[in-house]
Ligand binder design. Structure first.
Ligand code: PLP
Length: 316
């Protein structure tokens, strides 16, 4: 369905703004998609122009100059880069092993699972941490994790990935259960202008309709591919958390493998119906193993995907 793309709505007969007045604050497709996502997460969702815009809004809303952030090691590279950039504003960043208790900090930022090293956070330790707990649940989606139930104060998503699911929309989200936090984020989003586009919100509504089915199929294919990869002589190590579609595996020459796949697209990003593969070293440098390939399994046939991987690995 076509979303309402208006940026203005008339005031009422008394000259008062109604539910919608100016799209930077709220628009119909955004509110409809926020209600659907909020229901899945068990909280109040807000949408942003990208996952990074959602993350930045969380920091601008809840961090003060001099605030310390303990970020999961091996979490999305762009998150670490953005946080390092905010050092100019007094943000102190430490990276820590999220499988262990977090160091003392104002904010603990975990990723469940971390992209691309696929570790999972220690929820018991997080529940005992006095700081604000933010969980990036992009790879889990609410199908496999309701992070607010686990103890997170704020959930963030790159909805660009599985939630929209077709590599054709850029979108971010936050979800909280605390009305004051949601109000603060809403106020800030309107002020800084990081509202999502109506078309991206409509893409989320479409994506949520098929989310369960897509995640079930992607998981079953990824489990099988992870099993076959682990048995392949050219693969040195496989990381797979057992759900969703991201598999990281190490080979000697990742460029040789990624440039030889045919069905699996050699491109960045993850979570779409099309499978993608890339060497993360080109972006992240020595932060991750040189030979690490991140495969995002899509909706293709398991045997066809395996044939493609096998022929690419054979030439490596
Ligand atoms: N969080 C994770 C786990 C991601 O993988 C990404 C993007 O790759 C982001 C956040 C940033 O999202 P976006 O690209 O929608 O800004």
């Amino acid at each position: 369905m076509e979303p309402d793309r208006a940026t203005i709505w008339p005031y009422d007969e008394r000259g008062e703004p109604g539910r919608f007045s100016y799209a930077r604050y709220a628009h119909p497709a955004g509110v409809a998609a926020e209600e659907r996502l909020g229901a899945l997460e068990g909280g109040d969702a807000l949408l942003y122009s990208s996952g990074m815009a959602a993350e930045t809004a969380v920091l601008l809303a809840f961090a003060r100059p001099g605030a310390s952030v303990a970020l999961a090691e091996g979490a999305y590279w762009g998150t670490a880069v953005m946080m390092r950039d905010l050092a100019r504003w007094g943000l102190e960043l430490v990276e820590y092993d999220q499988t262990k208790p977090a160091p003392a900090s104002d904010i603990v930022w975990v990723e469940a699972p971390a992209n691309p090293v696929l570790t999972l956070p220690d929820w018991e330790a997080l529940r005992a941490h006095p700081g604000l707990v933010v969980c990036d649940a992009t790879i889990s989606t609410p199908v496999y994790l309701r992070a607010l139930d686990e103890g997170a104060d704020v959930v963030v998503h790159s909805a660009t990935k599985y939630l929209c699911g077709h590599h054709d929309a850029l979108l971010g989200a936050t979800v909280t259960r605390d009305p004051a936090m949601t109000a603060r984020l809403l106020e800030l989003r309107g002020r800084i202008g990081s509202q999502a586009a109506p078309d991206a919100a409509a893409s989320l509504l479409r994506g949520i309709e098929t989310l369960d089915e897509r995640m079930a199929r992607i998981t079953s294919t990824a489990k099988e591919l992870a099993r076959r990869l682990a048995a392949h002589p050219s693969v040195r190590r496989v990381r797979y958390p057992g759900f969703a579609g991201v598999i990281s595996f190490d080979v000697v020459d990742p460029r040789a493998v990624e440039t030889r796949t045919r069905l699996i697209v050699n491109a960045t990003s993850l979570g779409g119906e099309t499978s993608t593969i890339e060497s993360r070293h080109r972006w992240e440098g020595d932060r991750i193993p040189v030979g690490l390939l991140r495969l995002s399994v899509g909706l293709g046939d398991v045997d066809e995907l395996w044939d493609d991987l096998e022929q690419a690995l054979a030439t490596a």
